[in-house]
Design a protein around this ligand. Structure first.
Ligand SMILES: Cc1ncc(COP(=O)(O)O)c(C=O)c1O
Length: 444
């Protein structure tokens, strides 16, 4: 008998084994701070900030109040040929936080839309400059850029791609995965150092094959988040920037996860000291409470597009979404960004990052089936040996067991990922990591 009887006959759940869920439902009905209340009245600690979104913790009153106020002031206005005050204010705040001359924000509502928007900007920008032949995109194996056709094609997660193979974008290539399980299985709060340069193949094989003059953009996550927190080797992103500069290729950072404080800095770009040409964001910009995403472009991209047409009545870029810059989402973003500042939450993420990393390495290293642990920023992953013939099953079972023990972690392939809100306490980290350790032992 549940406290909240729920008819579960009609929702088809995304990225979820639906049959298993029906047999063992996990339905949230309330949230506050670090905790959910479930349909059967249990408290569950949110060890993943609800998939990298709720970085300031749940039920933050300043954000809730800003949303309510906005609804009563300007509920919505179309984004095409008119706009709203909150969209301009949010764009200004985001540009202020972004590094270098990343100053122009194109809004959308999700990370997937941000990925496809950035790819389209790249093509349109090159064409505006008379280089329309630049139409190849390069991503990376195990990259994740959402589920729309552009992001899925440039992304490199095999399970997300295999069903759609024939219709993925043509003229897309992928750099090699940035994981070295032999020398860098365990990464403890520092950038891994590689003894070979994984980008040699980009220059000598991929660019040589396609010719760099045909390449529009390279899109990568600074840290591969969805695949399971895979960290780039030291110097990798700087080198990627150099290669892009050398060949006139745009560099796009997908910071849907690393943006807004996860690395203890404004963006992953700041952590790694590299300014991309475009930077995608979503999730944490509104603390996850209302969908908002976007692409921050360098001035040069915007300026080139503005000069693409001399006709005043013609849009310079034929792209946009009905909900681009939605006033309620932008009001939520403004309140969230203010909250980050008032509570100095990125610094708090930076303080708690080694606490999480130390806890994960101390509690999980040496447990049965553990073959790697990677921590940096306020996030970490523990990798388990796959069950023969059933990749991902062991981690999924650990995820389920943790949930039943009151802790939400994320299984990603054979990884279990922990990425709590920046407000997490040391005691809560111990609870999350301790429960994870118990479950890994139980599934030995
Ligand atoms: C790096 C990255 N890009 C894009 C996306 C897709 O975002 P959304 O689910 O909001 O479309 C995600 C989602 O996790 C992500 O991690």
């Amino acid at each position: 008998m549940t406290a909240h009887p729920i008819n579960m006959d009609h929702q088809w759940l995304p990225f979820t084994p639906n049959k298993q869920f029906q047999a063992d439902p996990r339905v949230m009905v309330a949230a506050d701070g670090m905790h959910f209340t479930t349909h059967d009245g249990r408290q569950v600690i949110d060890g993943i900030s609800s998939l990298w979104c709720v970085t300031a913790g749940h039920n933050r009153k300043p954000i809730n109040e800003a949303i309510k106020k906005q609804l009563d002031t300007l509920d919505y206005a179309t984004a095409f040929s008119i706009s709203n005050d909150k969209a301009f204010e949010a764009a200004h705040m985001i540009a202020q936080l972004a590094p270098g001359d990343l100053n122009k924000v194109l809004f959308c509502s999700s990370g997937s839309e941000a990925a496809d928007t950035a790819l389209k900007v790249a093509l349109a920008y090159h064409r505006a400059r008379g280089e329309g032949h630049r139409n190849i995109f390069i991503g990376r194996e195990k990259g994740y850029h959402g589920v729309n056709f552009g992001g899925m094609s440039v992304g490199g997660l095999p399970a997300n791609r295999k069903v759609y193979g024939a219709q993925l974008l043509p003229r897309v290539d992928h750099m090699r995965f940035i994981h070295d399980p032999v020398h860098n299985a365990y990464i403890h709060n520092q950038e891994p150092v590689w003894h070979e340069d994984p980008l040699v193949e980009l220059e000598t094989r991929i660019l040589a094959l396609h010719d760099p003059s045909n390449v529009a953009a390279i899109m990568v996550e600074p840290v591969a988040g969805s695949a399971g927190w895979y960290l780039p080797p030291q110097g990798y992103l700087k080198r990627l920037r150099e290669i892009c500069d050398k060949h006139g290729i745009l560099l796009i950072f997908d910071e849907v996860i690393t943006g807004f404080g996860r690395m203890g800095t404004n963006f992953g770009a700041d952590y790694y000291g590299v300014v991309p040409d475009m930077l995608n964001f979503a999730k944490g910009v509104t603390n996850g409470v209302i969908p908002l995403g976007g692409v921050i472009c360098r001035d040069a991209i915007y300026n080139a597009m503005m000069h693409a047409t001399s006709q005043e009545h013609v849009a310079e870029f034929f792209h946009g979404y009905t909900y681009s810059g939605h006033p309620v989402a932008c009001a939520a973003a403004i309140a969230t960004l203010n909250l980050f500042k008032e509570e100095d939450l990125f610094a708090r993420a930076n303080t708690m990052a080694p606490v999480l990393g130390d806890a994960m390495h101390a509690a999980l290293k040496g447990l049965p089936n553990v073959i790697g642990i990677r921590t940096l920023g306020l996030a970490g992953a523990v990798e388990l040996a796959p069950m023969p013939g059933s990749p991902g099953k062991r981690a999924f079972e650990v995820f389920l067991d943790c949930f039943h023990k009151g802790v939400l972690v994320r299984s990603a392939g054979d990884n279990l990922v922990v990425c709590p809100a920046f407000t997490v306490s040391a005691a809560q980290i111990d609870q999350i990591v301790g429960t994870l350790a118990d479950s890994i032992r139980k599934h030995a």
